[in-house]
Write a protein that binds this ligand. Structure first.
Ligand code: HEC
Ligand code: HEC
Ligand code: HEC
Length: 187
């Protein structure tokens, strides 16, 4: 065999290999892009407060109590969405998506197969899950704002030792997301 034709053959084989793998790469990339776009398109509508709060009857009271809370309605006209407190921040795309999928699947399962909806149990679980960092994501200047000295003391402790149970934001601000002390919605 002549060296020239050997080289030619090798080059052709290499080119074929590249083309095949190139195609696989392009196909893989296209699939990933499509999945990404699909997830992105689904993330919008399923993140709406109405979707989270009004789709299943179990959430009815949670939705209405949210509307009455400072976060559902305040003088700034800024609404803090369900997902802002109940899921990791959207900026952490993958943990946000993972938590969202898990919570969605779990809620769906309990809706259909879970039997009696035990609000107290769910509330307890939610309270344990909402970390201070969720709240601090927006409330990042707790010590700068002029507040009462008791608030300052509490917040200093919450910021320096956030893992102590009594320093958790939701321990003191239990009603932050859901105003239940209105007559209509007392627990
Ligand atoms: C500012 C943060 C915040 C926002 C916004 C928020 N929640 Fe909550 N949510 C909490 C906290 C804290 C608890 C647990 C403490 C409690 O309920 O007493 C809770 C509890 C719940 C519970 C447990 C049952 C219950 O009613 O207590 C459900 C369900 C719930 N939220 C759904 C929602 C939905 C749906 C929305 C949007 C319409 C929403 N939350 C918006 C903070 C929030
Ligand atoms: C997406 C941003 C955002 C998140 C997340 C958030 N908040 Fe807020 N919070 C606000 C806004 C906006 C207001 C209303 C304006 C204000 O009073 O500063 C507010 C108001 C408050 C107030 C004042 C209530 C009042 O009656 O004056 C408290 C207390 C509070 N938030 C606690 C929390 C706690 C606890 C969490 C976590 C469970 C939390 N927030 C999560 C944006 C947020
Ligand atoms: C040990 C109890 C305690 C803890 C823990 C606590 N707070 Fe507070 N917080 C208070 C008190 C007391 C006030 C002042 C009275 C009020 O407005 O309810 C206050 C007031 C606030 C206010 C109203 C505006 C201001 O700055 O005075 C916001 C917002 C707030 N807290 C957010 C938070 C966030 C976010 C966390 C978690 C990092 C947190 N708090 C942890 C007790 C606490």
């Amino acid at each position: 065999m002549k060296t020239g034709s050997f080289l030619k053959k090798s080059a052709r084989a290499l080119w074929g290999l590249f083309r095949r793998h190139g195609k696989a790469f392009v196909a893989g990339f296209a699939c990933a892009l499509l999945a990404f776009l699909l997830i992105g398109a689904m993330l919008g509508p399923t993140s709406k407060n109405e979707f989270c709060g009004a789709l299943c009857h179990e959430m009815g009271v949670s939705y209405r109590t949210w509307e009455l809370s400072t976060h559902g309605a305040n003088k700034y006209g800024f609404r803090v969405d369900c997902i802002d407190c109940h899921l990791p921040p959207k900026e952490y795309f993958f943990s946000h998506l993972a938590a969202k999928s898990y919570e969605g699947a779990k809620d769906g399962y309990y809706h259909f197969f879970g039997g009696e909806y035990d609000v107290e149990k769910v509330r307890e679980r939610v309270r344990e899950h909402i970390s201070n960092s969720r709240c601090e994501h927006c409330h990042d200047s707790l010590l700068v704002k002029p507040g009462s000295s008791s608030a300052r003391k509490a917040h200093l402790a919450a910021l320096s030792a956030p893992d102590e149970p009594e320093n958790r934001c939701v321990e003191c601000h239990e009603d932050a997301g859901h105003q239940r002390h209105e007559k209509l919605f007392s627990p």
